[in-house]
Design a protein around this ligand. Sequence first.
Ligand code: ACO
Length: 324
Amino acid sequence: MTLRSVVLGCGSYLPQQTLTNAELAARIDTSDEWIVQRTGIRERHIAAEGEFTSHLAINAAKAALASAGIDAQAIDLIVLATSTPDNTFPATAVAVQTGLGIHHGAAFDLQAVCTGFVFALATADNFLRMGAFKRALVIGAETFSRILDWNDRGTCVLFGDGAGAIVLEAQQQSGKTSDRGVLTTHLRSDGRHKSKLYVDGGPSSSMTVGHLRMEGREVFKHAVGMITDVIVAAFNATGLSAEDIHWFIPHQANKRIIDASAHKLDIAPQKVVLTVDRHGNTSAASIPLAIDVAVKDGRVKKGDLVLLEAMGGGFTWGSALLRW
Ligand code: ACO
């Protein structure tokens, strides 16, 4: 027998306001055709004035708790992945914790940019499997609209705001790959690439928040290889293969990166969950947002094998294989 982190439920939240490619084209020198062809994105959601990352996260967390059928008081760990916290400190996770009426256990933020959700999932999984906590909320929540340079057409068309969450519970399982729960996680970082995707501000360096800067081609060049690397690691660790996967739920950065990764790994196109067209790149929120879409529309069912992956600023990259 072994402890596994089993998913009890999931939820998400998107700000009401949407921003279409046509609306962007009315403001900057771009077009719906260019954005769709290069990225697959058609629209994204933008947080309202006064709507913070914590607000999105609390809504997603409440939806996840409702879907899990448990009370907030049953949660003793909150790991919130974000690069767009409400404040430099304290962690946005404590605003979420108090917003949910929880005053016990631990809540902290984790920052691995677009790979944040996979890092947060792996972190919570390790705490649950070692018996330190019993039930965790793992959240990805972002307001990237606040760190975009809206005059830079190379970046501002790519990102959106949103939040997604899952509830994990430590449960005794057999120790086999037929178990429900997180089966394996693989995390990587390589700071030599940090200047290819970064924010040009911060409390220690400039005392400002800064704006997102990216060498898009350079990111693209590395993405597929890095994604493949951590997925192959997940297959090697479990003896499972692309054929065994029911659903591939990748970080939603760009349809071309997702298609190329699935193709390279022999993952059938009908197993790929795509939300980038409606959500844009919501960084750490994109995977749990996509999970929630695929659970709600009935694709992901209990017992399905789900493969997650992400790659982003740092660079950071990672994968997780879990049975729903
Ligand atoms: N609308 C119209 N034209 C544009 C736009 C735009 N929004 N943005 C750039 N262009 C122009 C450029 O100015 C350039 O024009 P030029 O040839 O006259 O100089 C031309 O389009 C080509 O620019 P590139 O940057 O070379 O375009 P590319 O084909 O590489 O596509 C893109 C850009 C979509 C950013 C691509 O590089 C990409 O997807 N990279 C991956 C980056 C990514 O997904 N980052 C997300 C964060 S990291 C992550 O989550 C994995």
